[in-house]
Design a protein. Sequence first.
Length: 174
Amino acid sequence: MAQRKGLVMINTGDGKGKTTAALGLTLRASGYGWRILIIQFIKSGKGYSEFEAAAKLPGVEIRATGLGLIMPGTDRAPHQEAAQRGWDMARAEVASGNWDLIILDEINNAMTMGFVDPAEVAELIKNKTPRLHLVLTGRGCPQEIMELADMVTVMDPWRHHADNGVPAQKGVEF
């Protein structure tokens, strides 16, 4: 069997499915007995059935460092502090060698909002252990980060039922 090369994979874009695709990878990796860490940078970890299900998989650990969605007019300072705690955790865990797969959920959003420095993320990618698979999700991934990735998937919304007045569906959007 060929030696594993840890990949850097990015799921970005304005369409749905960035985190869901990363969770599909989590399901596959868990089936192989991998150790998987998911760090949530924006989501608070409450009310997301997909994460509740993923946490039941063998080898999966989920750490929500975010405070939840950031609405216009929201005081961003507590969200920035939470994202920085998540970033400190991510750096330590990437360096630890304890994981086969680390998913940094919505870190792209955290970079776009100025909560995490893209230059620091670039250094993390360049210096990660060779066997570690690293996934970055969220809208607005900076170009310089995409250039460092082995795989970039851009979710492009073509049609969405909400555009026709159909509300979010349980089991689909939440």
